[in-house]
Each structure stands twice: as structure tokens, then as C-alpha cells.
Design a protein around this ligand. Structure first.
Ligand code: HEC
Length: 107
């Protein structure tokens, strides 16, 4: 049954006016806030709190997933990565997918 919900993607339902929009995007938006991503990247990934922190909105989904996985695994590592690594330590691949799906669709 839950797989059927993905068929609603792109149905044109206003996100602001409905709580029943596309399951992946809904989960992604909720996860983004629940995991406190906005504390560094800002609401909807649009307004990072420091110039050295990346904006996330509108980026390609595949790229976002790859970067989050690389930061989690340690493949991507630099002076700034440590702040981010702790935040994604408990985020699963499915959750990365949902969050990236959501962020990629934020204009
Ligand atoms: C404590 C601050 C902080 C928090 C909280 C945080 N991040 Fe980050 N994030 C960063 C920093 C700093 C970088 C850049 C790391 C680097 O330079 O390698 C980054 C990088 C990223 C990138 C790669 C962007 C790119 O353009 O390559 C993604 C995607 C991302 N974060 C998503 C998230 C998500 C999703 C969450 C919540 C689970 C989150 N971040 C929580 C600080 C944070």
C-alpha cells in the first residue's frame, strides 16, 4: 500500500495546503528538521549559518546522496566535515534518499 503513495508524485498538490503529498518528499522534509539539519544549513537548506557551510536546496538528488554517504563513511573528509559527520552517523541510506529527494525539489 505504501508503494502506491509514490504514484502520487507530481500530482500537483500544493505542499502548503496538504498533508498528504508525496510520501518521500514528506518524509524528507520531516527528517531534515527532525535530524536538526536546519541548525547549520538553514530552513530548506537555503540559508546556511556560516559562509563555509553549503546551501543544499535545488542540488541534484544523486549528488546530495553521494556526498552524505561519503561524509558518513569518511571518504569525504576535510576541516569542515567533522561538524557534519556526527549529524549523519545515524542517518540510514533510505533516509538519505528521502532527504535528498526533498532538498533537490526545493527551489
Ligand atoms: C553542525 C553543522 C551541520 C549540521 C547539523 C548538518 N550539516 Fe551538513 N554539512 C555541514 C558542513 C560544514 C558541510 C561541509 C562539509 C565539507 O566541507 O566537507 C556539510 C555538508 C553537507 C552536504 C554536502 C553538500 C555539498 O554541496 O557537497 C550535505 C548534502 C549535507 N551537509 C546535508 C546535511 C543533512 C541532511 C543534515 C541533517 C542530517 C546535515 N547536513 C546536518 C554542517 C552541518
Amino acid at each position: 500500500m505504501s508503494k502506491m503513495k509514490t504514484l502520487l508524485v507530481g500530482a500537483g498538490i500544493s505542499l502548503a495546503a496538504s498533508f498528504s503529498f508525496n510520501a518521500a518528499a514528506a518524509d524528507g522534509a520531516a527528517l531534515y528538521t527532525a535530524k536538526n539539519c536546519q541548525t547549520c544549513h538553514g530552513a530548506d537548506g537555503k540559508a546556511p549559518i556560516m559562509g563555509a557551510y553549503p546551501k543544499l536546496n535545488g542540488q541534484n538528488k544523486d549528488y546530495l546522496v553521494a556526498q552524505m554517504k561519503d561524509i558518513k563513511s569518511g571518504a569525504r573528509s576535510n576541516g569542515m566535515t567533522m561538524a557534519m559527520k556526527a549529524m549523519v552517523a545515524t542517518v540510514t541510506d533510505e533516509e538519505f534518499d528521502a532527504i535528498a529527494d526533498y532538498l533537490s525539489k526545493v527551489k
